[in-house]
Design a protein around this ligand. Structure first.
Ligand SMILES: [Zn+2]
Length: 433
């Protein structure tokens, strides 16, 4: 049997787990792979040093994908006679979509949206974000080509288009793949309640009528929680705009109270909105200010904790003394990074999807309790990066695909396709279109 001149899609990983999708589209002698993440399994207790190739394969943290990984990593040569054209793509910078990108063979071009491409370099500066590349120093990140949005990228017989989308990772994108006879679209991670639902709708309009639509389904992963949704810390926040408004309201309602906060590093847009809308002056920890400077070349007020090393790229005139922040109760909204013992009693701390992320992390409960112990109000302001069940239905209705493939979810069977077929592939399964 030959697969020549037919489009095939192979599902290597990330199907019934949240994160780590690895999918190959092939046509004749051309093939592409997306994404290059690692499934997040904190319960294995693996450190980055334990994560050699065999371990990653053994625990299904990455897909066993032939002809894409660096032979120095796998010990297996790439069959360049069979495959004359190859490329890879990552949809956004979350680790479950990007952590394994250094494992890609150096000669295979890797594409990402411009923001993802720039931020990853800054995030992996110390080599503690991505898995290491064979034969390189720690902190090395292989070249990532910054793709121009919506502009076709030719990979032999295949074209890829990178579309701006919306997720709680800054610069998240979706992908549209065209082979000579088929159109395949991939959402990456997606939601309709972020800052840019208009971008998502535009991407979905371009994906309309796809022969295959590969959609994430994080939002249907916990059917048992459907009715008690977010109950334990439900804050009534429905979208990112309301979240920023709540941060502003808390400042207005507490004119004389120390207020601190933290957010997740890769959710840059939420941070930028908080900075621009806050009545108080927002001060970042130097590490975060450095990340923003590196990736966006923007300067914001910052502070160092006692004894911390200095960043050469931060403007000295923007530094605020840590002691000023500790004494303040009205001027600043500042990012605290865990030095809870030094904060003022009676203060307010806003935990906005920062680490530790939630109950599933053993560090979360003691973290929350520590604030209570110091008489500081702990306020969790969350907004999900993922479409919920209703939004997923909406997204599917805008594309009306011939074949729907739900991935990146604990319950792919809960996503349905009223417009055609649905496939729930097994790991390693090849689907011929
Ligand atoms: Zn994500």
């Amino acid at each position: 049997m030959t697969l020549k001149d037919k489009t095939t899609v192979t599902f290597y990983n990330g199907l019934t787990t949240i994160g780590g999708p690895m999918i190959e589209v092939a046509y004749n002698k051309s093939h592409i792979l997306f994404d290059l993440g690692e499934v997040y399994r904190p319960e294995l207790g693996l450190s980055m040093d334990d994560e050699d190739y065999d371990t990653l394969i053994k625990y299904k943290l990455i897909g066993d994908v032939p002809n894409f990984y660096d032979p120095k990593v796998t010990g297996k040569e790439i069959d360049t006679k069979r495959w004359e054209h190859a490329a890879a793509f990552i949809s956004h910078l979350h680790l479950d979509h990007s952590k394994a990108l250094n494992l890609l063979a150096p000669e295979i071009p890797l594409y990402a949206g411009p923001i993802t491409a720039h931020l990853l370099l800054a995030l992996n500066e110390k080599g503690d974000f991505l898995l290491p590349a064979a034969g390189h120093e720690k902190g090395y990140t292989r070249p990532i080509i910054s793709a121009e949005y919506k502009k076709p990228i030719q990979v032999g017989d295949i074209t890829m288009e990178v579309w701006p989308s919306d997720h709680d990772a800054y610069g998240a994108t979706g992908l549209i793949v065209k082979t000579p006879d088929k159109k395949i679209s991939f959402t990456g991670d997606v939601r309709l309640h972020g800052y840019h639902p208009d971008w998502v709708h535009e991407f979905l309009a371009a994906a309309k009528g796809s022969d295959m639509f590969i959609i994430e389904g994080t939002g249907v992963s916990w059917p048992e929680r459907k009715n008690e949704e977010q109950s334990e810390e439900f804050t009534g926040i429905k979208n990112e705009v309301e979240l920023t408004e709540e941060v502003v309201r808390l400042q207005n309602d507490n004119p004389k109270r120390q207020i601190t906060f933290n957010t997740y590093p890769t959710n840059v847009e939420r941070l930028l909105r908080i900075i621009s809308d806050s009545p108080r002056k927002v001060v970042l920890h130097a590490q975060r200010a450095h990340l923003i400077k590196e990736s966006l070349n923007e300067d914001y007020p910052y502070y160092y904790l006692p004894g911390e090393g200095k960043f050469a790229d931060l403007k000295p005139e923007l530094e605020i003394a840590y002691s000023d922040l500790l004494d303040d109760d009205h001027k600043y909204l500042w990012q605290t990074v865990g030095d809870c013992d030094s904060l003022q009693k009676g203060g307010l701390y806003i935990h906005s999807n920062a680490e530790p992320l939630g109950d599933f992390d053993p560090a979360y409960k003691p973290f929350v309790e520590n604030f209570a112990k110091h008489d500081i109000e702990f306020k969790a302001l969350r907004c999900s990066g993922h479409a919920d069940e209703k939004e997923l239905k909406q997204i599917i209705s805008e594309v009306q695909p011939a074949i729907l493939v739900p991935v990146h979810t604990l319950h792919p069977e809960l996503e349905e396709n009223p417009y055609g077929e649905r496939i729930l592939p097994k790991r390693g399964q090849v689907v011929t279109l």
